[in-house]
Design a protein around this ligand. Structure first.
Ligand code: BGC
Length: 502
């Protein structure tokens, strides 16, 4: 490339030299607002631990800590053919997964369907009808002319749902911008099954799961060190395995205290009462203008859905501020539309390889019809670093809290989601924060002393909403066949349909 200036060096020290005083002051203000230092990380983690505990107590707390009735890890010897449905924010994914005899193996075929934006604020009937239509299409396409018995389905429904049984789930509240009337407070399974029946789709829901539980189980299928499943994507959350003896709110069920059960933390709701998180005025606006104010306080500071909006709110605020000249004389109307900036825009800015931030300048022109000055580009870039770093560091508090609560000195943490997979430096920033939280002594390589790797490693997960959902469906059927019916609502019909499936 010609005329773009030298490629950016890893450190941008000195690049602020030409930034005018008023902008420099704003950068400093933003740094103060968005930086979470070690002491704060530790304080947040400690509060997190007590909130995890509270969620498991009889009284309950902000973090739902939902028992999922997924009782223990797979052995690697699960077998059978299953469907998996993943109702994500952007896409609907349907998979058919075969677990063969070979340990830890799987075969998968899958199709994606677009999740129309209107559906997110439409009616419940439209939602279930659309999903059932997609499943019907999938089966017709992949099993043309076949006469099928019912196929067991693992449905990944990645919203907070309380479960008395694995094949049922009452939606506690919509998250991630969904706002469909008449679903919250109800079991989502009956209307879903009704839509399938109306269309004659040969499917039997066997397990309703969360994406984090799926991630935990899928990753543990191939890695026995796996202790926590996390999603850092449009939303954020984690699941881990707890022993029933540590769950006072299940005491009345008189379960074996050593029996393991996966807990879907729903940690996006951490600190809904605003006791500890360092919220900025921009976070407060995001919450106030969201469909569910007062909910998902933690998620709204770190998840992919909100990173672009945070960035946008700061830029608009700077433009309107009397203290600083920012995008002076420019038409910022393209920046005025809420939620118009995807987190990938921030990723691209952090990834801009040029010292003069040419790619960022080009993108601003193209997307917003704004021509930033060089110092404005510096602020823009610093802002993305601050937002991305805060997201990674706060995320680490949740992981650190589960590890401390469970006493894990070493662990693998399986993570998935667009922010984890695509946002630059998210992994390294998260690892650095974990190191500060868990006080590892490090060697010259920055890794835990003498090990060459971190004791708690957050690593890319296996496909939770595909393979994980299938595995949980398989584990459920196995329990039915063994007569272990705790937490299963409809074992008779599972036995009738799949009694012989091994
Ligand atoms: C949902 C969780 C989900 C997470 C990641 C949150 O908004 O409440 O159930 O696990 O997003 O998808």
């Amino acid at each position: 490339m010609v005329g773009l200036g030298p490629r950016r060096q890893p450190s941008r020290k000195g690049s602020m030299a030409d930034v005018p005083h008023d902008l420099k002051q704003e950068i400093q203000r933003l740094e103060e607002l968005f930086t979470v230092d070690t002491a704060k990380l530790k304080a947040i983690t400690d509060h997190f631990i007590s909130e995890l505990q509270k969620g498991l107590s009889k009284e309950g707390g902000s973090i739902p800590m939902n028992p999922t009735w997924c009782m223990g890890f797979p052995t690697g010897h699960e077998t059978g053919t299953f469907l998996a449905l993943d109702m994500g924010g952007t896409n609907l994914r349907v998979c058919e997964i075969t677990l063969p005899e070979e340990k830890g193996e799987f075969d998968i075929i899958q199709s994606k369907y677009r999740m129309p934006e209107e559906l997110k604020s439409g009616t419940a009937e439209e939602l279930w009808g659309y999903i059932a239509d997609c499943l019907q299409q999938f089966i017709e396409y992949h099993h043309e002319e076949e006469k099928l018995d019912k196929i067991p389905l693992g449905f990944t429904f990645s919203y907070p749902a309380s479960q008395d049984y694995i094949d049922h789930g009452v939606l506690q509240r919509w998250t991630k911008g969904f706002d469909i009337d008449g679903v919250e407070g109800h079991d989502v399974v009956p209307p879903f099954e009704k839509a399938l029946e109306e269309r004659g789709v040969p499917i039997k829901l066997t397990a309703l799961i969360n994406d984090t539980t799926g991630t935990l189980i899928a990753s543990s299928y191939t890695d026995s060190e796996m202790k926590i499943g996390c999603i850092f994507g449009t939303g954020c959350n984690a699941a881990y395995m707890e022993t029933c003896g540590n769950i006072p709110k299940l005491e009345h069920m008189k379960l074996d205290p050593n029996q393991e059960i996966a807990i879907n933390c729903e940690w996006g709701a951490f600190d809904n009462e605003h006791k500890i998180l360092p919220r900025t005025p921009y976070d407060i606006i995001i919450d106030k203008d969201s469909p569910r104010p007062g909910q998902q306080a933690f998620e709204k500071m770190i998840a992919g859905l909100y990173l672009g909006e945070l960035f946008r709110l700061v830029l608009v605020d700077l433009h309107e501020s009397k203290n600083v000249k920012f995008f002076e004389g420019q038409d910022i109307s393209a920046l005025q539309k809420p939620y118009s900036i995807d987190a990938s825009v921030l990723s691209d800015i952090e990834n801009d390889p040029y010292e003069n931030l040419q790619e960022t300048a080009d993108n601003f022109k193209k997307i917003f019809n704004i021509t930033p000055t060089k110092p404005e580009l510096e602020l823009i870039r610093r802002l993305t670093e601050l937002i991305g770093t805060r997201s990674a560091r706060l995320s680490a508090c949740g992981v650190g809290a589960i590890c401390k609560k469970k006493g894990y000195k070493t662990a693998h943490v399986g993570a998935d989601g667009s922010v984890f997979n695509k946002y630059p430096h998210f992994k390294a920033r998260g690892a650095q924060a974990l190191k500060e939280i868990l006080d590892w002594e490090t060697g010259r390589d920055g890794k835990a002393l003498g090990k060459g790797h971190d004791p708690v490693e957050i690593m890319p997960a296996e496909d939770g909403s595909g393979v994980g959902a299938a595995l949980i469906a398989a584990l459920t059927l196995k329990r039915v066949q063994e007569g272990k019916l705790m937490g299963i609502r409809d074992p008779e019909s599972m036995l009738k349909n799949f009694g012989g499936q091994k």
